[in-house]
Design a binder for this molecule. Structure first.
Ligand code: C5P
Length: 303
């Protein structure tokens, strides 16, 4: 049996450059892997493929990205090997945190090992991109990366970047990424020139980090549409600012909102302050950069 962690991500920066002919949007994004994670276990099962999950709200059928990743790998390698996969869901669903994509990446990684297929990470990334734009990021040896194209072309940030501390607040609502992009198009959002570029943000990260510079550069072009669909995002942004966070950002297509904090004590202090006055349905978490770097970055234990 193999047990692996599948971490969530935050988008510190997400700029939409334009719509593509394939219906996707051309992006420039800065991604961070954080220490909030699902857990997946893979057990050989010669009889076929099964997925079970401790979260009843999650569809464990053919629509699940874990099942899709397993099937894609079977087909790509023409193997009939099976697996019993168990998913312990800790990352909120449809929250802009990349949970489904990370589960898919971890499934490709885990089954490649379990079935001894010997595929290189580059090949797993190629397969992963067919499942979702964020999947390659979760396969890269990267804690932070710039994503381009659909988001699937990842360029890991070189060197060691110190960990960031965040308060993460997730309202009790789900947003479909597809629908947020569609809404973004319908609003005919004007694509403004950013005050900071993705490389300036990356530079602020690698330079200390320069938290004030990074805070100024936080951007997400999908945020206005996410707020239109989920007005609680605006209340959370306000709460995070009031609690003293250095900067505030929306992750992916929302509705998760994060506050950038100076250190662990400030993050815990801000989380407690928000908890005190917030609706009980908000999930409030202190999270930090997932520091595990090179492969096997996500290795749990082989039992
Ligand atoms: O790639 P992923 O499956 O995560 O994307 C979900 C949906 O979000 C896509 O079907 C597409 O409608 C939209 N999307 C987009 N441009 C991107 C990424 C996602 O339009 N760069």
């Amino acid at each position: 049996m193999i047990r692996l962690r599948a971490p969530a991500k935050l988008n510190l920066y997400l700029r939409v450059l334009g719509r593509r002919s394939d219906g996707y949007h051309e992006l420039e994004t800065l991604l961070e892997r954080i220490d909030l994670a699902d857990e997946l276990t893979f057990t050989p099962a010669p009889g076929g493929m099964t997925l079970t999950c401790d979260e009843p709200a999650l569809d464990c059928g053919s629509a699940n990205l874990v099942t899709q990743a397993a099937t894609l790998l079977q087909q790509a390698c023409r193997t009939a090997q099976g697996a019993a996969i168990r998913l312990a869901k800790r990352i909120p669903i449809a929250a802009g945190l990349g949970g489904g994509s990370s589960d898919a990446a971890t499934t490709l990684f885990g089954l490649n090992r379990l079935w001894q297929l010997g595929l290189q990470i580059s090949k797993l990334c190629e397969l992963g991109a067919q499942l979702g734009s964020d999947v390659p990021f979760f396969l890269e040896e990267a804690v932070f990366a710039i994503g381009r194209g659909r988001g699937e072309r990842c360029e890991p940030l070189a060197g060691r970047v110190p960990s960031l501390w965040h308060v993460l607040v997730i309202p009790d609502e789900r947003l479909s990424t597809k629908e947020v992009y569609e809404g973004f198009d319908r609003q005919e959002s004007v694509l403004t020139e950013p005050t900071a570029s993705v490389t300036m943000c990356a530079h602020a990260l690698c330079n200390g980090p320069d938290l004030a510079g990074l805070a100024k550069g936080l951007r997400n072009d999908l945020a206005p549409e996410a707020i239109r669909r989920c007005p609680a995002i605006r209340d959370i942004q306000h709460a995070l600012h009031t609690a003293g966070c250095v900067g505030v950002g929306v992750s992916g297509s929302g509705p998760s909102v994060f506050g950038l904090c100076r250190d662990a004590p400030q993050a815990h202090h801000a989380a407690r302050a928000i908890q005190h006055d917030s609706p009980p349905a908000w999930r409030i978490l202190v999270v930090k950069t997932n520091e595990l770097t090179a492969p096997p970055w996500s290795w749990g234990h082989r039992v």
